[in-house]
Write a protein that binds this ligand. Structure first.
Ligand code: FAD
Length: 288
């Protein structure tokens, strides 16, 4: 079993910032990451709301973060954590390759977005987005579409309507009651939409779908997939979670188990954004 002062589970922005703060305090820190350091950053085409950048790609930001991690000498372990044991003072993370233990663990394993399951992956970052708050501004004064299930896209549509010319919610369920009471003239909602697919060459140019027996098509610049999110908390059943499965923490990012912290998208916070994940990481890394 390999031993450290601090183990960070997940190498996205939240995990890397946690490691930066802990390492600069002279602690022996390792990040365990199953894919690539950077996490969700690699999926982001353009970012306009990260401090000090007018515009930056997620890839550029990820590369800068990685340089910082290497510069500080944080150990990066490529392994997937498949089990945890937080019952003793030494916390244990069980990887597919090895077991690791530390006095403190910072969980930074992010969340997964529910997918439409059609051809949306082919257009990711080229008109398909999972984040209305993040990407609305790139479609200013344009027509956009929201994929929704039982109203899951309403909040995103409202955010989009502040900057887009009009927003059409394509909901897979019956939403006639919502449509009747909808007072936002920029939002239109279609019910019982099935088989939604993106149309376009290199970027989103339209969508096609079925309503009953009818096939429909229309032009749009973007499809926002707002079908809900799932925090990656399957391993953390012993921690207190909120009703949506996010890890509850106090203001110091401490969870319900002493020595276990949670940061970034996986924790029950109001806003799932890069600056928030970094801020969480700074707090946890200073506290471990
Ligand atoms: C399309 C899109 C656009 C966005 N645009 C913006 C934007 O413009 N501005 C903004 O501020 N935010 C934006 N966001 C949100 C932002 O990306 C997230 O809030 C942020 O990246 C969360 O960081 P994190 O460290 O919590 O998680 P993540 O970046 O998701 O990192 C989690 C990491 O944990 C690893 N991991 C998970 N489970 C395990 C395991 N069992 N073992 C080992 N490793 C594991 C994963 O591989 C991953 O690398 C966007 C998100 C998306 C999806």
């Amino acid at each position: 079993m390999r031993e450290f002062d601090v183990l960070v589970l997940g190498g996205g922005a939240g995990g890397m910032m946690s490691a930066v703060y802990a390492k600069r305090r002279g602690l022996d820190v390792a990040i365990i990451e199953s894919m690539m350091l950077g996490g969700t950053l690699w999926q982001i085409e353009k970012i306009e709301n990260f401090p000090s950048y007018a515009e930056v790609s997620g890839a550029e930001l990820a590369e800068n973060f990685i340089k910082q991690i290497k510069h500080l000498g944080v150990e990066v372990i490529n392994d997937e954590v498949v089990d945890v044991d937080f019952s003793a003072e030494k916390k244990v993370l069980v990887g597919k390759k090895e077991r690791y233990s530390a006095k403190s663990v910072i969980i930074a394993s992010g969340l997964s977005y529910n997918k439409l399951g059609s051809n949306e992956d082919d257009f990711l970052g080229r008109g398909v987005s999972y984040c209305a708050v993040c990407d609305a501004n790139f479609f200013k004064n344009q027509s956009v579409v929201v994929a929704s299930k039982k109203g899951s896209g309403i909040l995103g549509a409202q955010q989009l309507s502040e900057v887009c010319s009009n927003v059409t919610i394509l909901d897979s369920e019956d939403m006639t009651t919502y449509q009747k009471h909808n007072k936002n003239s920029k939002i239109k909602i279609l019910s019982n939409v099935k088989s939604l697919r993106v149309l376009g060459e290199n970027k989103v140019e339209g969508v096609e779908f079925e309503v009953g027996d009818k096939k429909e098509k229309f032009s749009t610049s973007a499809l926002f997939v707002e079908l809900g999110k799932k925090p990656n908390t399957a391993l953390f059943k012993d921690l207190k979670l909120d009703e949506n499965g996010y890890i509850l923490t106090n203001e110091y990012m401490e969870t319900s188990i002493k020595g276990v912290f949670a940061v970034g998208d996986i924790r029950a916070g109001a806003l799932k954004q890069l600056v928030c994940a970094c801020s969480d990481g700074a707090i946890a890394g200073s506290r471990v």
